[in-house]
Design a protein around this ligand. Structure first.
Ligand code: HMH
Length: 221
């Protein structure tokens, strides 16, 4: 089996679910301007909770890169991601004020709790760097692909949602996702069959969780 660009092979193999995660009706509604503002506010509150759990996960990936990677550049890429998360947390607070969402009284929905628990399971020292970086890449990439699609030609995003789309859809976030993808591909190339199988299962779990997260934002679960 050819292991060059394993991530590309997997996204082709699991294309339906990937498209489901990156072209979800919620995202399409932002793109065409028909988005239900109460759904957007629900997403904002829930994603703030998710991002707060994503920070320690990112820190765990950084730690694994430092311990297990042959290439010290990995740490720099991940550190850049953590720096962006710092801005992101502040942005959520500002955005919540703008939309009158009280972040401290948002209750985590089941889908979000399950996703955050999955992140926590990936923080375990028993999960190796290859598995962790592959999941990390997938999580960031779903948002990048989704919001970049909102910004493509022909979109009718409401002005007050442009900043949200820019946050994840901008070109430099795209480059960061590509850097994560190269790292994941390099690690997957030299992984054992067992680790490879686990990384693929985790990828599917991420994609399913992302679809559920958008569904939840639309009030469907
Ligand atoms: C649910 N997935 C979810 N939230 C996010 N903020 C990201 C991915 C990207 O950081």
């Amino acid at each position: 089996n050819d292991r060059t660009e394993m991530t590309v092979t997997w996204l082709k193999k699991h294309r339906l679910i990937y498209v489901g995660a990156t072209r979800h009706p919620f995202i399409l509604s932002i793109r065409d301007g028909s988005v239900d503002i109460s759904a957007f506010k629900r997403w904002l509150g829930q994603d703030y909770i998710f991002v707060r759990a994503f920070v320690p996960f990112a820190a765990s990936v950084l730690l694994k890169a430092w311990k297990e990677s042959d290439d010290s550049c990995d740490v720099d890429v991940i550190l850049g991601g953590i720096a962006a998360l710092n801005d992101e947390v502040e942005w959520f607070k500002k955005e919540a004020t703008k939309w009158s969402v009280a972040l401290n009284s948002v209750v985590s929905q089941k889908v979000n709790l399950d996703y955050c628990r999955f992140l926590e399971s990936l923080m375990s020292p028993d999960v190796d760097y290859t598995q962790a970086i592959t999941a990390f890449w997938a999580i960031e990439t779903v948002y990048q692909e989704s919001f970049a699609h909102c910004l493509e030609d022909g979109s009718k995003i409401p002005d007050e949602l442009k900043e949200t789309c820019q946050r994840w859809g901008n070109a430099s976030f795209g480059q960061y996702c590509h850097a994560l993808q190269s790292i994941a591909d390099r690690q997957l190339k030299k992984a054992s069959d067992d680790v490879l199988a686990k990384a693929e299962v985790n990828l599917l779990r991420v994609l399913e969780s992302e679809v559920e997260f958008w569904n939840m934002s639309r009030g469907e679960v």
